[in-house]
Design a protein around this ligand. Structure first.
Ligand SMILES: Cc1ncc(C[n+]2csc(CCOP(=O)(O)OP(=O)(O)O)c2C)c(N)n1
Ligand SMILES: [Mg+2]
Length: 301
């Protein structure tokens, strides 16, 4: 079960596709979050299409890396990454947030193939990932565990309890990524409840800290490499990002935390991304089989 390790050009194209997917599924559902999914797109693409060893064709493969988005509200990017990676057909994205669909507003392990842990209540994911990483040691497994958190989420006390656990048990198979977009549901993180100096806090809690531009894919890949090479302690990557990245009228505005674009706004957004709502919807509608290889789901633009 190899890591995909797509080239930089392929990763950049994949990130563009994921952004188009996010806008298109939100335009269809008229419900859901825009800002965090778009800030998480580039490092998420690096994770799914280069870094992680996962096997969407065999979800229970014991050697698979484990991943979990503790920020459950960013399902538009989680599901788009999963669909593009071949967990389920792209057409399913058009059923986002529908009662009878399998893509609920927050991730549900009971509904979606490939979601291992349900999420939505902030602050819990790192604890779950500590359990996965610690348990892997007893399995004598070389798998790695990836946990994506938000910056506003850092205000949750449970994270710091888990952080102590991970350092105490030297969980160097655990890599956390923080979407450091400086915004949360009600405004600037520093105004709501300041978390700075975040890097110093994680260092003080015994973690190896890497700071990176979360939209610079080569930089993110280097950060993942550094995490792999770090022994005896867990690594946290502070991915500096921009909420709503890629869509001019959404960037750096917390009001896009939890709302979808209107159809008209989606048209504008997709034009900025080099496509149209009709054209990208058609791409999703026509991909009714799982995209099992990177080249099998490319094509339309
Ligand atoms: C325990 C808990 N408290 C509050 C919420 C409501 N909530 C959902 S997202 C969010 C903001 C999180 O901020 P951040 O992690 O920065 O995510 P972003 O806004 O950048 O997507 C809040 C408070 C929640 N889901 N869980
Ligand atoms: Mg945030």
């Amino acid at each position: 079960m190899p890591r995909l390790q797509l080239s930089l050009d392929e990763l950049r194209e994949r990130a563009l596709f994921v952004r188009r997917d996010i806008i298109t599924l939100l335009a269809r559902s008229q419900s859901g979050h825009s800002g965090g999914p778009l800030s998480s797109t580039d490092f998420g693409t690096a994770l799914f299409f280069h870094e992680m060893d996962v096997n969407p064709e065999r979800l229970d493969d014991p050697g698979r890396d484990l991943w979990h988005f503790s920020i459950g509200h960013v399902t538009p990017v989680i599901y788009s990454l999963m669909a593009e990676r071949g967990y389920f057909p792209l057409v399913d994205l058009l059923g986002f947030r529908q009662f009878k669909g399998h893509l609920q507003g927050h991730p549900s392990k009971h509904d979606t193939p490939g979601i291992e842990v349900s999420a939505g209540s902030l602050g819990q994911g790192l604890s779950v990932c500590c359990g996965m990483a610690y348990g892997s040691r007893f399995d004598r497994s070389t798998r790695r565990v990836y946990c994506v958190m938000g910056d506003g989420e850092q205000q949750e006390g449970q994270i710091w309890e888990a952080s102590m656990f991970a350092a105490h048990y030297k969980l160097d198979n655990l890599c956390a990524v923080i979407d450091y977009n400086r915004k949360q549901i009600d405004g600037d993180v520093q105004d709501v409840l300041g978390i700075a100096p975040l890097a110093d806090k994680w260092r003080a809690f015994g973690w190896h800290v890497v700071e990176v531009d979360g939209h610079d894919i080569p930089g993110v890949l280097a950060a993942f490499d550094e995490a792999r090479a770090t022994k005896g302690k867990p690594t946290v990557i502070l991915a500096h990002t921009v909420m709503g990245k890629g869509i001019s009228f959404m960037e750096d505005d917390y009001k896009w935390h939890g709302v979808p674009p209107s159809v008209e706004q989606a048209e504008k957004a997709l034009a900025e991304l080099g496509t149209s709502l009709a054209s990208w919807t058609r791409r999703l509608e026509t991909h009714t089989a799982r995209a099992v290889t990177p080249s099998a789901n490319g094509g339309a633009s």
